[in-house]
Design a protein around this ligand. Structure first.
Ligand SMILES: [Zn+2]
Length: 411
């Protein structure tokens, strides 16, 4: 019988799954589309083949379940998402589902009886591309789904409720998918890193310490517009020059602290022209850190610095927080166990935070979460060039399997 953890086998599944796409030339699989349904059917087939019972739940997740002989001891959740962005890579999300199924298949094949149940879940909506809300698949499991999201409409005016029914999700209140935290042992997700750190260090895998918390803000500067030829330099209130100084101050603050990242990704000069001293500028700030206190301190520093620059240049500043989400720390004990499984499988147990959001966010504070990152070429993601090697996937599959198996004895 084939080894389900074999790298070539895993790559075949990744490739097969990538054929479930709304587009013939690139991978696009938005939530609850026919392409998603096709992928869900493939995943369900592999789950059954692995020995799990399978259902599609009321929010469109595919849930495979392996009962343990002592399933009264609770359930371990293993998962990731199978929806994608437009023109996506093959590995984002899909890898975690393929690896979870492979791990269960291997445990069943080797007749390793676990004292708990394992559920592999292919979450339905992590990317948040089709509808304005996101993480609905994992939020339903967490019991935090806002029922209003069923009324969300996509660009064509199709509601999520209609899309769920077209998808073939069973009727009924999605709130019924909520799990009792007392019965959940934890959640573990394997995912490509989507960044360059592991590759840079020559490592196949990493244990995630936390999913970064993030703050986004919108900053507006009001100076005074003026004639570029006639206004002397010392009399100017140039909003864009002030913004430039602020952006460099933001960059310098983030460079000075490990694991803190800060980005100004959007800047507009509303009535900018080649011969006008800029009077008004708007820009955005995106600040992330695995530690909430560090993020808050950085925000306070950056704001103080910007206010000083604005005062110095006689420019008015307003700052509005548009998004704020706390960090999701990964469970210390599960991190230790993942690290031990990595060492067992010959991988160096390096740790790093996750800069991107994942389904695990939805489980913050409900039950322990753990994430295993897999090196991806060039750190490239959300791009058809996204790539993880069969060798790395195989090590990740062996680590995940060992982790599940040893969790059974760790108590
Ligand atoms: Zn993802």
């Amino acid at each position: 019988m084939n080894d389900p953890l074999n790298g070539a086998t895993l790559m075949r599944r990744i490739d097969e799954l990538a054929r479930a796409s709304s587009s013939s030339d690139v991978l696009t699989r938005l939530t609850l589309t026919p392409a998603h349904r096709l992928a869900a059917d493939m995943v369900a087939g592999w789950m059954r083949e692995a020995g799990m019972s399978v259902r599609v739940d009321r929010i469109g997740n595919v849930v495979g379940r392996l009962e343990g002989p002592g399933a009264q001891d609770g359930t371990l959740l293993v998962g990731s998402h199978i929806d994608t962005v437009r023109d996506a890579g093959r590995f984002d999300g899909n890898l975690g589902v393929v690896l979870g199924i492979a791990a269960v298949a291997d445990l069943v094949r080797r007749q390793r009886a676990l004292p708990f149940a394992v559920e592999v879940i292919a979450f339905s909506d992590e990317e948040g591309v089709r509808f304005p809300t996101t993480l609905t698949g994992s939020k339903a499991i967490a019991g935090t789904l806002d029922p209003q999201c069923l009324a969300d409409v996509d660009a064509d005016g199709v509601s999520r409720a209609k899309a769920l029914s077209d998808f073939g999700a069973p009727d009924g209140d999605a709130a019924l998918e909520a799990r009792d935290p007392a019965r959940i042992l934890g959640y573990v997700e394997a995912h490509i890193e989507q960044g360059p750190v592991l590759e840079d260090r020559g490592l196949a895998l990493g244990v995630v310490t936390a999913i970064n918390g993030a703050t986004r803000a919108e900053i507006q500067l009001h100076g005074m517009a003026g004639h570029a030829g006639t206004l002397p330099m010392h009399m100017r209130r140039d909003a864009l020059a002030a913004a430039a100084e602020m952006i460099l101050a933001i960059e310098a603050r983030a460079k000075g602290e490990a694991d803190l990242v800060a980005t100004v990704g959007l800047l507009t000069v509303p009535s900018g022209a080649v011969n006008v001293v800029p009077g008004e500028v708007r820009f955005t700030l995106d600040l992330r850190s695995p530690v909430d206190a560090a993020r808050a301190a950085a925000l306070a520093d950056v704001e103080a610095r910007m206010r000083a620059i604005a005062a110095d240049r006689n420019v008015a500043l307003s700052l509005r927080i548009t998004y704020d989400a706390p960090a999701t720390p990964c469970d210390a004990k599960l991190q230790e166990q993942l690290a031990a499984s990595m060492a067992h499988c010959g991988a160096s147990p390096f740790r790093l935070p996750s800069g991107a959001g994942h389904d695990a966010l939805a489980f913050r504070g409900l039950w322990p979460v753990a994430m295993l990152f897999v090196r991806c070429a060039g750190g490239i993601s959300h791009n058809s060039a996204e790539y993880a090697s069969p060798q790395d996937m195989e090590v990740a599959a062996r680590v995940l399997t060992h982790f599940i198996e040893t969790l059974a004895t760790a108590g």
